[in-house]
Design a protein. Structure first.
Length: 154
């Protein structure tokens, strides 16, 4: 039986974040993705300065980005062999960048936050979009999770 825990923190004041809504989307997405056993994910909402620091430190890129993912032990929960508490990793989202990108990307601010949440989780679980085939698989899974869970947690 899955005992997925999602810890959400809102460490910014630029844009409103519905913590319980995004916790529910993250938890359902993880469970639907085959996470088994006792697992934990952190979902952090940060300001642009913090995101810019993380982006330079971990990606070598200047300026804030919309989402960063930091996998820890995700492979352990995708098998039935996991018998201990697993830290999946962290997903860090910048609401200010999401708000700015939303009109040309997902459409609305809530839809953009939902997309970034699911996108970050899929990265934690090992998905990537470096190659065209990987991109197609990841985007299809994003659409599936968003249709199933984002629409039902509004």
């Amino acid at each position: 039986m899955s005992q997925v825990s999602v810890f959400v923190t809102d460490e910014q004041t630029d844009h409103e974040v519905d913590v319980s809504r995004w916790e529910e989307l993250a938890r359902r997405s993880l469970e639907d993705s085959g996470v088994t056993g006792s697992a934990e994910l952190s979902l952090l909402f940060v300001d642009e300065a913090t995101m810019a620091e993380l982006n330079v430190e971990h990606m070598g890129e200047q300026g804030p980005t919309d989402v960063l993912s930091f996998p820890i032990d995700a492979e352990d929960v995708l098998t039935d062999e996991q018998d201990h508490h697993v830290l999946l990793g962290d997903v860090v989202i910048c609401p200010a960048v999401a708000h700015r990108n939303a009109p040309g990307h997902a459409g609305t601010y809530p839809d953009e936050i939902a997309l970034l949440t699911v996108h970050g989780i899929l990265h934690v679980l090992g998905h990537d979009h470096a190659e065209p085939e990987e991109t197609m698989v990841m985007q299809a899974r994003e659409r599936e999770l968003l249709e199933r869970f984002h629409r039902s947690v509004r």
